[in-house]
Write a protein that binds this ligand. Structure first.
Ligand code: HEM
Length: 600
């Protein structure tokens, strides 16, 4: 006896494709066959989806019953019983899933155990954007056993601004508990304790960066001193190797600027301890980035596998990072004088040692000094060094744009002085370039995962309390209804016909997030990136390695990091101007007046 049973479930589509039975007839030489010829996609989350599935599975069962009547061998009978059981189990499971998310957002079909983890691929933000086109700005996926609601496009501002407190939580992910000694503000949940913590962190960052003219000048002096070191190194590397990888030097340089702000100290590019602390950003951002599976499949920790190893490394690097910060705090306590605040660590010691009480009576004490410094130093150095990597990469990939940038800078800042922050309003093309780098690369494509603090709703969908929320910033920056040819790198899109920066458009770029969790380092970052970029363009020419593919590839994590590339750097005239400036700065510092006076 011969039987034919055709049909399939199509996992590569997000919907089920069923070949539903529509007839049965005998063919010559066979006792019977069943033909499944009606192919149709069924949206299992649509109102009719489940009843549709039910109808189809009933027909399948009827067919199988009919087949069983016809078949006589026990082997075939067992196979069919097995098939029947599988179908019924799947049917039941779909039914349960459907009931589970009765009024939740739609989304792709999740597989048992892993959910949609396998579909995320190497660029989850792109997968999210594709799903948003299919299901709308609000959809849900399942990662392991966690339901995740992904917000895209306009839904992001609606949720994070109009329902700010509802969407301001952080999930109870196990990895988050290893950041900043388990007392992180950035990775901690939204509560009264967090509010006090964020307030002190935010005001201190401002005091040491963009708070007033004086603080801006101090930050600018750190940036210029450090850029000088970087450029000397770039020129040396170019003369020795012709083309070299700038990645490590940019990481140390950025970390040094923040180290000067946080600890009043810079480190040499060969300092092994410092390199060990700042050189493992990739491992950190891969673990805490949205879509990392460490936190959603906890059972992976119970047997040897690559994820367990990655998580082990993550714990170690967090411990070592926190130990490094702890040592700095201890050293500061030994030398602090209550009247002189040397750097951010001093400021946090002075603010927190006396204790800070929030409105609801929560109390922050000196235990919170190392976690707060750790949050600031950690959050800043990875993001800023990634931004600089992209800036350099785009300068060498688009030499015409580099040329136009230099033309603008040279017109405003002649060769007798160095750029400063007051030049910013006169350099709209530089600003347009920086906004385009942020938009085009969207190098923080998805924010740190959020969670709901209460039962809430968005776009008419009910979202239960403690649901994990992913904020897909990339979708906003690449929305074709907002940006002409979003896939093209074109700084001019931010300039109007008079060459003026279009502030409406620049404020549409989303990379620092919005709402209660908005990045507290936004102003500092924009100022630092402006100064670094303008100085580098004023002083040097950056060239791509012609032997390399002109790629803009990256690896995914909390930050998107460009894959390795090499460059050559040549000076436009000489380092004399920068050397003289830094020497003057050192003299002022030894006279106790660093950063207080004009450098030009
Ligand atoms: C170009 C540079 C930077 C980018 C693109 C960036 C972006 C972000 C993003 C997307 C978030 C997550 C917001 C959310 O979860 O909704 C964030 C959080 C944060 N950032 Fe930044 N950041 C940058 C630089 C900095 C700097 C320089 C600092 C410190 C001075 C900093 C401190 C923080 C902190 C403390 C948080 C946690 C805020 C919270 O959870 O309430 N960031 N940043």
């Amino acid at each position: 006896m011969q039987s034919w049973l055709r049909g399939r479930i199509c996992p590569e589509r997000e919907k089920f494709t069923f070949f539903a039975p529509d007839n049965r007839s005998k063919i010559p030489g066979c006792n019977f066959y069943i033909s499944f010829v009606l192919s149709q996609e069924i949206n299992v989350w649509s109102p009719f989806g489940v009843s549709h599935l039910y109808r189809i599975s009933t027909v399948i069962r009827m067919n199988i019953q009919w087949v069983m009547e016809e078949m006589s061998t026990s082997l075939s009978r067992s196979l069919l019983v097995l098939l029947l059981s599988l179908l019924v189990a799947m049917h039941l499971w779909l039914w349960i899933q459907r009931c589970w998310k009765a009024d939740g957002p739609p989304g792709p079909f999740p597989w048992p155990v892993i959910g949609n983890a396998a579909q995320l691929g190497s660029a989850p933000h792109l997968y999210f954007s594709r799903m948003a086109q299919r299901y709308g700005d609000v959809f849900q996926i399942k990662l392991g056993n966690r339901i995740v609601v992904v917000l895209n496009g306009n839904a992001i501002r609606t949720a994070l601004i109009k329902k700010a407190a509802d969407f301001a939580g952080r999930p109870d992910f196990v990895s988050f508990q290893f950041v900043s000694g388990g007392k992180s503000m950035a990775f901690g949940n939204y509560n009264d304790w967090w509010k006090v913590h964020r307030k002190v962190a935010q005001s201190t960052v401002r005091t040491f960066s963009t708070g007033n003219i004086r603080t801006k000048k101090v930050l600018a002096s750190h940036v210029l001193s450090e850029s000088r070191e970087l450029l000397h190194l770039f020129l040396k590397k170019t003369s020795e190797e012709k083309y070299f990888q700038p990645h490590k030097f940019l990481t140390v340089s950025t970390a040094n600027i923040m180290s000067a702000v946080c600890f009043g100290k810079r480190y040499s590019y060969d300092d092994a301890e410092f390199l060990a602390v700042v050189g493992r950003n990739d491992q950190f951002t891969k673990t805490v980035g949205a879509g990392s599976i460490v936190d959603v499949m906890p059972w992976l920790q119970y047997f040897p596998n690559p994820i367990k190893t990655i998580f082990g490394n993550f714990k170690t690097l967090n411990e070592e990072f926190f130990e490094f910060i702890g040592q700095k705090v201890v050293e500061h306590r030994k030398t602090i004088k209550s009247r002189i605040i040397r750097d951010m660590t001093d400021a946090f010691i002075i603010a927190l040692d006396q204790g800070l009480t929030g409105s609801s009576g929560v109390y922050l004490d000196k235990e919170f000094v190392p976690p707060t410094v750790s949050d600031i130093f950690g959050a800043s150095q990875d993001t800023l060094s990634t931004a600089l990597q992209w800036i350099i990469l785009l300068l060498v990939r688009f030499p015409d744009i580099q040329h136009q940038l230099h033309e603008e800078v040279a017109k405003v800042v002649d060769s007798t002085r160095l750029p400063n922050i007051e030049d910013q309003p006169h350099l709209p093309y530089v600003m347009a370039f920086l906004y385009e780098v942020m938009r085009y690369t969207s190098f923080v494509p998805v924010t740190i995962p959020h969670s709901t603090t209460t039962e809430t709703s968005i776009s008419g969908y009910r979202i239960p309390k403690d649901t994990v929320i992913f904020i897909n910033q990339w979708s906003v920056n690449h929305d074709p209804s907002k940006w002409t040819k979003p896939e093209v790198f074109d700084p001019k899109r931010f300039l109007d016909e008079n060459g003026t920066l279009n502030k409406d458009l620049t404020s549409s770029v989303l990379i620092f997030s919005v709402g209660k969790r908005r990045c507290i380092g936004e102003d500092l970052s924009k100022m630092q990136l402006f100064l670094c970029t303008t100085l580098l363009i004023h002083q040097c020419i950056f060239t791509a390695n012609p032997a390399e593919p002109q790629s803009l590839d990256y690896t995914y994590g909390l930050t998107l990091k460009p894959t390795d590339f090499t460059i050559a750097v040549t000076h436009r005239s000489s380092m004399d101007l920068l050397d003289t400036y830094v020497q003057q700065l050192a003299n002022r510092e030894s006279n106790g007046e660093a950063g207080l006076s004009e450098h030009n």
